[in-house]
Design a protein around this ligand. Structure first.
Ligand code: 5CA
Length: 473
């Protein structure tokens, strides 16, 4: 059975998730899905990179999944932002609980009462921790596997505490750097955008988001970095003693990434045949397919095994199953295997193999003696470059510079409208009447967007900076 064309992105996505065995969508609770073993391997490979990046500067921790109502409700803005989305535990068995317990929608209110105990002195700062856990949000918008979940299974949340606003602001920049590195590793082009006031994280001073553009022109928020100022510190009484003996409220940041990073990986790179995975995160990196003819199997198998042995530092499958080669190609293409090596009787005789890459139609011949770790690493690097360039090209085609609100209205739905916009909230709301959401102002411009950073506001004509508006997931 073949996939729907990627032109019908929504159907394609739903099918590829199931048939490539990423998630089983048949679990009987809305917004909850099951990781298949193959999907979970991708998750593990992607998240081990995220962990590696986090571990450089943060300590990993684990906080409980249950938060007492008394803590969750403390920070006014925060609870206002989340109250519609919280799952509550009201009973232990048949006994009503004295204090209701929330299933964490995110962990500020689980962590910060403890931070109050952990932070005493300036020497305790900065404090930088992270955890990778499940969180629960009763989402009312259309739920979708990996994209909009009611149980987010792979929520990487980092939380930091600093001595003052500027120190925290410096750290926000660093966190943006961590996420840039992560998404570059996945070859996923993205936009770094400062959200408007009305769309920042509940309780934050400001929010900077990573958005990528999906094949249908809608954007997906694939990570956020929040400066919390001392908002939570005042609520949870997180204070430290400065060297001069004075006591100050701390300033905080938090930033998160969920399995949406895997949704983006699948959607941005995949094609009509299925997944296309960068080499580092492919559960199977290389497939070797023997082309077997009766009576000449032995030489072919011997050559295949020789290649397999020389590549033992990679995740290699030698597919010597009964299926026809065509069926094997199809199966491994669906799963996004980056490198395919075929060897037939004539190749075996000559000591050569036929190599092809998942993202290209062409095949080439290479002496078996030249297939080694170094060659493969070079192939992997080039593959990643091609994936990034192709994705950036696709995204730049979805971007249109608009000179009037009417032009914004015409383009939204097809892609992302960019234009200059001043800081006035009224102008922001006016441009949103064109449809879609104002993502906010570019914090930095990706190289695949060539517009000027500054210009006249599309609404009032005053001084503006480049902003973006789109339909969002
Ligand atoms: N405490 C902060 C930082 S960890 C926080 O919760 N921020 S958040 O609400 O913006 O979530 C972080 C990221 O998780 C978002 O940028 C988005 O990419 C992802 N996310 C949010 N809600 C969902 C959801 N329902 N399903 C999947 N991913 C989600």
């Amino acid at each position: 059975m073949s996939l729907p064309s990627k032109e019908n992105f929504s159907e394609w996505y739903h099918e590829v998730i199931q048939t490539a065995e990423i998630m089983d969508v048949r679990y009987p609770v809305k917004g909850l899905y099951v990781w298949f073993p193959f999907g979970f391997k991708i998750r593990q490979l992607v998240y081990s990179k995220l962990r590696e990046i986090m571990d450089r500067e943060h300590d990993e921790v684990y906080f409980p999944a249950l938060i007492p109502e008394t803590e969750l409700g403390k920070e006014g803005e925060h609870i206002k932002g989340f109250e519609d989305e919280v799952y509550w535990i009201t009973h232990g068995g048949l006994t009503p609980l004295d204090v209701k317990l929330a299933l964490r929608p995110t962990s500020e209110t689980a962590m910060y009462p403890m931070f109050r105990l952990w932070v005493r002195n300036h020497a305790d700062l900065p404090l930088k921790i992270y955890q990778i856990v499940n969180t629960f949000r009763y989402e009312t918008k259309h739920t979708r596997p990996l994209i909009r979940l009611r149980e987010i299974t792979s929520f990487k949340e980092a939380h930091t505490v600093h001595k003052d606003f500027d120190d925290a602001a410096e750290h926000v920049k660093k966190a943006i750097g961590f996420y840039k590195e992560f998404y570059e590793f996945l070859a996923i082009p993205h936009m770094i955008i400062r959200r408007p006031e009305w769309d920042k994280f509940p309780g934050a001073a400001y929010t900077i988001a990573f958005d990528t553009i999906m094949p249908d022109g809608k954007t997906l928020q694939i990570g956020t970095v929040h400066h919390l100022a001392d908002n939570f510190a005042r609520t949870f009484d997180i204070k430290y003693e400065a060297p001069n003996g004075e006591h100050h409220y701390a300033h905080q940041t938090c930033y998160g990434i969920s399995e949406r990073c895997i949704a983006a990986l699948i959607s941005v790179h995949g094609d009509d045949l299925g997944l296309i995975l960068p080499f580092e995160v492919a559960p199977v990196q290389i497939v070797i397919i023997p082309i077997l003819y009766k009576g000449r199997e032995e030489a072919v198998m011997e050559a295949c095994k020789k290649v397999q042995e020389s590549l033992s530092s990679f995740r290699v499958v030698l597919d010597d199953g009964e299926e026809r080669p065509g069926a094997k190609y199809y199966k491994w293409e669906l799963r996004g295997v980056p490198v395919r090596i075929e060897i037939g009787p004539r190749d075996a005789e000559k000591g050569t193999a036929v190599v092809s890459f998942r993202d290209e139609k062409k095949k080439f011949e290479i002496p078996i003696s030249e297939i080694n770790e170094e060659t493969v690493r070079m192939w992997a690097e080039k593959l990643k470059q091609r994936l990034f360039e192709r994705a950036a090209q696709n995204m730049s085609e979805k971007i249109k510079f608009a000179r009037s609100a009417e032009e914004v209205r015409m383009w939204v739905g097809t892609g992302v409208a960019v234009f200059h916009l001043c800081n006035n909230a009224e102008c922001g709301h006016t441009v949103e009447e064109a449809g879609g959401s104002l993502l906010g102002w570019f914090e930095e411009l990706p190289e695949w967007i060539e517009e000027d950073a500054e210009g006249n506001c599309i609404i009032c004509g005053g001084r503006g900076r480049l902003a973006a508006l789109a339909k969002t997931y």
